[in-house]
Unconditional design. Structure first.
Lengths: 727, 401
């Protein structure tokens, strides 16, 4: 080997290259693998969670909230689709061009300026479009870390279209989106507002049936999980999910929107006419079943705008408070909240009242049932009676004299009822108080049912309970809810069955199948059919000739009882009337009351309009009209026979005409002489009550003005008649 | 063993030496193929959505271009592997001069190309980075000169003066031997500083130090140099706002998740999402515009996301095997020149892999170092494969073991 060999790697170099191998070939890779282990194994969950958060979009598929129908299928509460307007300020950031400039600081400032320009441009336009406050939109725009800012909730289709156009014109897709939602509408406005109730911003029931049946109505929202890329566009990736939603169930109420309208009209008219300071209530119930036909309470509110104060006077008072500089916002807020609470609470269920004389039929039923009194008993009223050392006056200061049991009720005589109560005795009185269901809640489906307030049993049953028994006998100094009264009075007139009042006849699923139904439910039998018939008869006489005569409507058989309860407060009277019709077989019972008709002057028993403050003068006439309206609406004929359509008897011999009319229950009055009827009044086709009379003018021959058609018809008619006779 | 005998044994061989190293060759090819597949997977969403208006919505835009360069690159590698590297000894000064020239030209308007705040590219003949040539030139020059250090005569100075004795001390410590290398390094770093190009500067320093280390330069100089470089780096990191904010982003990328910390965060989410077995090839979610430009420096994040810890470590093992084989070839090279060239090329390669993966896993602050064979970039791939070819050329002259 003479050739000079180039230098070979020498041992020290080998050592150093081995060091390099160890460092760059082993150690660095060990370090990197350890780091990967840390990120991929230890922090896997955390980092993957963050990644999935940004990669997915969860869209709620809002379930349609169920509809509330009245008994005839009229819609009381419905849900319609609406859109939410959602802004992603973060994605908006991506649309703003990069900043320009020589230094990073300058570029940053330039970017910021461009961003601000975009905000300045969008904020007023969006505020205008969505009819909201520009400052709040601007605040949302500046939340650049957020990808989900709801700018407007539940906008209607018109606004949504505006947003779509705006997005297109400004290239905002991905930043400004619409998400499907539903919106609750109450097509009838304020009708039956307390019973139906309303939903909160999240479409969950807040009051009334909406709250009580929220679980049924709401359904279950579906969820759609979609993958998106960083530009917000959805991606065809398989890691998406879908959870089926379930539409809400529908409620079918016993309520009848037609009757409800009559009831609300009677209530509102009376409140205005008598200037009732605390409004009033009206319940219409089917005594045989307990089904509620109408539930009205005054003041009410518009279900579509439950936060607005509907009562004009209260709203004006709040406006004055709002403008008053000496009133701070807190006390204004409290006043408004108080007013809202008042208008959202129903007087027929959420509060209790003194029933007054409308309670007397209940006491009388108990006494009759127990044999403590008989219809033949006589009661004397001297105008005042002394109970336990306290003089209790009758409404008639001079006294009613001697009365039968029926007359005692007709006169609403307090001393007579005190006597009846005493004959019944405190123990039995208390037993019937319980039997008629007063200590218990009625169980009607509405939330917030108030309880009653009565003397504790040990006091009432003790010798000291004498005065309590006396006042209780004419319905004063204790509190019950109107719903309890309606149920108890129903038992009095329906043969003695205490029925549970109910409002929801059935719940049906989205496919229409009946999931639950509420058959009439008897709580207990309280009195016998005979007692019920007797008291019902007495009550008919109350309307026919007693204190309730203002409720009488010619042609209808109406029963009822008036009530005027003096509350503890000065001049605070609750005037009421409980009526039912038809009196022989009640189809419905009405309990109508006005709370605190304003007296003309302190201590006066008259209103400014000159009406005596009493159930008989105030509630009875309104209730009478209401009952007549309901009877008419339900298709009841007025007494005295059915309405008949007057036949054409012109051209017939008088005897035949008379016979034809008599067959329909009509009387023929013949005028003049002749062989044939030449004219009839009223004209043929007129609707007439049975028992009416028709004036027939007679002549020698049929009127010339019979036209050809008519002649042809008559001949045809005769032909047919003859055929029928001959066959 | 006489040369003539070998020629007789393998008469068909055009080259005078043996077979190239097959393990190294195969590892390169496997890595290039895996890299191409991962590039396709990582790049197609960016290519389809085409936010920067480059691809025209062609899903295969990046893949097709990279594939062409990969095929050409492997051909170049095989071609280079057949050359006799000994000829490079005489070309070191020419290559170095050419590299300096090109690196200076990047600042010339029209010829140089400006992007992302730096002049790193030349437009001719294709768009490429002269710093790549610079790194190669440095390796070549250092290897050629250091391989002859045994022939170098120590300088002698008069011992009569204190100055002369001091100089003799310096000579014995090896200082004067280092002067040419330090000069080259200073010029290189100077040229890179005006681009500026931080990551290339670091690579340059690392390979220079490694070759000097392998060639047997006294360890004390590395301690000194390391201390100097460390001090310089610390100064740059803490004294300049730019680097300080970068460091802040490194330590807490979540402090600015939508701007400066974006890449790091999205990369971490991608890697973390992978878990043990990954989401499956092609199943990355982060590549859908979350991770910016996943075909470039952050392609390894997508590898981690799709192939999981197992797949990512397998890829790292392939790289490690290639690097270890590279050093093995250096140890078995025919001469010190070849050995040092391999050390330089292998270290450059190893450092790029390490730095890139360290960046995507947020071990290092974000710097622009691409992953060899994986990241998109045609000329870079071509140059890397040519360098692999040079390693193979040297391996052909290994004495039979």
């Amino acid at each position: 080997m003479a050739l000079p060999r180039p230098p070979r790697p020498d041992p020290p170099m080998m050592g150093r290259v081995l060091v390099l191998t160890l460092v760059f070939g082993v150690l660095t890779f060990a370090l990197l693998s350890a780091r990967l282990w840390q990120l991929q194994m230890v922090r896997h969950g955390e980092l993957e969670g963050k990644a999935i958060d940004q990669q997915t979009r969860e869209v709620t598929a809002t379930a349609r909230r169920g509809t509330i129908f009245d008994r005839n299928g009229e819609e009381l509460a419905v849900s319609a689709s609406a859109q939410n307007v959602v802004l992603s300020p973060r994605d908006l950031l991506a649309l703003v061009p990069q900043g320009e400039g020589a230094t990073p600081q300058a570029r940053q400032a330039d970017r910021r300026r461009k961003l601000e320009e975009t905000w300045d441009r969008l904020a007023p336009a969006l505020a205008d479009l969505l009819d909201t406050d520009e400052a709040s939109i601007r605040r949302r725009l500046e939340k650049t870390n957020s990808a989900w800012e709801v700018l407007a909730r539940k906008v209607e289709e018109g606004t949504a279209d505006g947003v779509r156009t705006f997005v297109e014109e400004n290239g905002l897709s991905g930043c400004l989106t619409l998400t499907a939602d539903t919106r609750r509408y109450y097509p009838q406005g304020s009708l039956a507002c307390h019973a139906i109730g309303f939903v909160n911003g999240e479409d969950r029931g807040a009051y009334g049936l909406e709250a009580a049946f929220d679980g049924d109505l709401a359904g279950e929202n579906g969820k759609v999980l979609t993958a998106k890329n960083a530009a917000g566009t959805e991606m065809p990736q398989p890691y998406t999910g879908y959870a089926d939603g379930l539409d809400g169930c529908d409620l079918h109420l016993t309520l009848d929107a037609g009757i409800q309208r009559f009831a609300e009209k009677a209530l509102e008219e009376g409140v205005q006419k008598y200037d009732a300071l605390h409004g009033g209530f009206c319940i219409v119930i089917e005594p045989k079943t307990g089904a509620l036909l109408a539930l009205a309470s005054y003041p009410g509110y518009d279900l579509n705008h439950p936060l607005d104060i509907a009562d004009r006077g209260t709203a004006d008072r709040l406006d004055r408070l709002a403008r008053d500089p000496s009133v701070d916002e807190d006390s204004y807020g409290r006043a408004k909240a108080q007013a809202q609470f008042v208008q959202w609470s129903s007087k027929y269920l959420n509060t209790a009242y003194e029933p007054g004389s409308t309670f007397k039929p209940i006491v009388m039923s108990a006494a009759l049932e127990e044999g403590a009194v008989t219809p033949e008993d006589r009661f004397h009223c001297a105008g005042v009676v002394n109970v336990g050392g306290w003089p209790i006056r009758c409404s008639k200061r001079t006294g009613h004299g001697t009365q039968t049991l029926q007359e005692a009720l007709m006169n609403s005589c307090n001393p007579a009822h005190i006597a009846i109560g005493q004959r019944l005795g405190a123990e039995k009185f208390y037993a019937y108080w319980k039997a008629f269901g007063f200590p218990d809640k009625t169980g009607v489906e509405l939330p917030g049912e108030s309880g009653s307030r009565f003397w504790p049993a040990e006091d009432f049953l003790s010798p000291n309970g004498l005065t309590s028994l006396a006042t209780a006998s004419f319905g004063q100094r204790f509190l019950v809810t109107p719903m309890q009264m309606a149920a108890a009075l129903s038992a009095v007139v329906n043969g003695g069955h205490l029925m549970e009042p109910y409002l929801v006849a059935s719940v049906t699923g989205p496919d229409g199948t009946v999931l639950r139904s509420h058959p009439p439910k008897e709580v207990r039998r309280v009195i016998s059919q005979g007692t019920s018939d007797t008291v019902r008869g007495f009550m008919e006489q109350v309307v026919a000739a007693g204190t309730g005569k203002n409720a009488a409507v010619a042609g209808y058989r109406i029963g009822g009882k008036t009530g005027s309860s003096q509350t503890g407060e000065t001049d605070h009277t609750i005037v009421s009337f409980a009526g039912f019709a038809p009196a022989d077989d009640p189809a419905f019972l009405v309990l109508l009351a006005y709370d605190w008709p304003r007296p003309a002057a302190p201590g006066s028993t008259l209103t400014a309009g000159g009406v005596t403050i009493s159930g008989g003068f105030m509630a009875a006439p309104m209730a009478g009209e209401l009952i007549a309206n309901i009877l008419d609406y339900l298709g009841y004929e007025k007494e005295g026979g059915a309405q008949v359509s007057l036949p054409d008897v012109v051209g017939e011999p008088p005897a035949q005409a008379r016979a034809e009319l008599a067959e329909l229950g009509l009387e023929a009055r013949l005028l003049g002489e002749g062989t044939v009827v030449t004219e009839q009044v009223p004209a043929p086709g007129t609707a007439m009550p049975a028992g009416g009379s028709v004036a027939l003018t007679l002549g020698d021959q049929a009127p010339d003005q019979l036209d050809a058609d008519r002649a042809a018809f008559l001949s045809l008619k005769r032909f047919v008649d003859e055929r029928e006779v001959s066959s | 063993m006489p040369k003539a005998m070998r020629l007789k044994e393998k008469p068909k061989k055009t080259s005078a030496w043996g077979q190239m190293d097959m393990p190294f060759f195969l590892l390169v090819v496997v890595l290039v193929v895996v890299g191409l597949i991962m590039l396709l997977s990582a790049s197609y969403p960016t290519a389809i959505y085409d936010i920067k208006n480059i691809t025209g919505g062609d899903a295969f835009y990046y893949f097709k271009r990279q594939a062409v360069f990969a095929a050409g690159g492997i051909a170049v590698m095989i071609f280079v592997s057949r050359l006799n590297y000994q000829g490079l000894r005489d070309m070191t000064w020419i290559v170095l001069a050419l590299a300096f020239l090109c690196m200076a030209l990047v600042r010339v308007p029209g010829i140089g190309h400006y992007a992302n705040g730096a002049y790193r590219w030349l437009n001719y003949p294709v768009q490429w980075q002269p710093s790549e040539l610079g790194k190669f030139a440095l390796i070549l020059f250092f290897a050629a000169r250091l391989s002859k250090r045994d022939e170098r005569r120590p300088l002698e100075f008069g011992r009569r003066t204190i100055f002369g004795r001091f100089l003799n001390l310096l000579e014995r410590a090896g200082f004067f031997e280092l002067v040419p290398y330090i000069l080259i390094i200073v010029i290189m770093v100077g040229l890179l500083a005006i681009e500026p190009h931080m990551s290339a500067t670091i690579q340059m320093l690392v390979i220079a130090a490694t070759i000097l280390f392998a060639a047997g330069i006294k360890l004390g100089w590395f301690v000194t140099g390391g201390a100097l470089a460390g001090a310089g780096l610390t100064y740059i990191m803490f004294a300049t706002d730019y680097m300080t904010s970068r460091l802040q982003m490194w330590r807490d990328p979540w402090s600015d998740p939508l701007d400066k910390g974006l890449q790091a965060i999205q990369s971490l989410m991608a890697i973390g999402s992978g878990g043990l077995t990954g989401l499956g090839l092609g199943q990355s979610r982060q590549k859908f515009l979350y991770l910016p430009e996943p075909q470039n420096d952050f392609v390894f994040s997508i590898v981690c996301e799709e192939l999981g810890f197992i797949g990512a470590v397998l890829v790292l093992i392939l790289f490690a095997l290639l690097i270890i084989r590279g050093y093995w070839l250096a140890l078995h090279a025919r001469d010190k020149f070849g050995s040092l060239i391999i050390v330089g090329i292998t270290t450059l390669f190893a450092f790029q892999v390490f730095a890139n993966v360290a960046v995507v896993t947020n071990l290092f602050p974000v710097t622009g170092i691409s992953l060899p064979f994986f990241s998109y970039g045609g000329t870079a791939l071509l140059i890397q494969l040519a360098e692999m070819g040079l390693v193979l050329a040297i391996s052909r002259q290994n004495p039979a073991s």
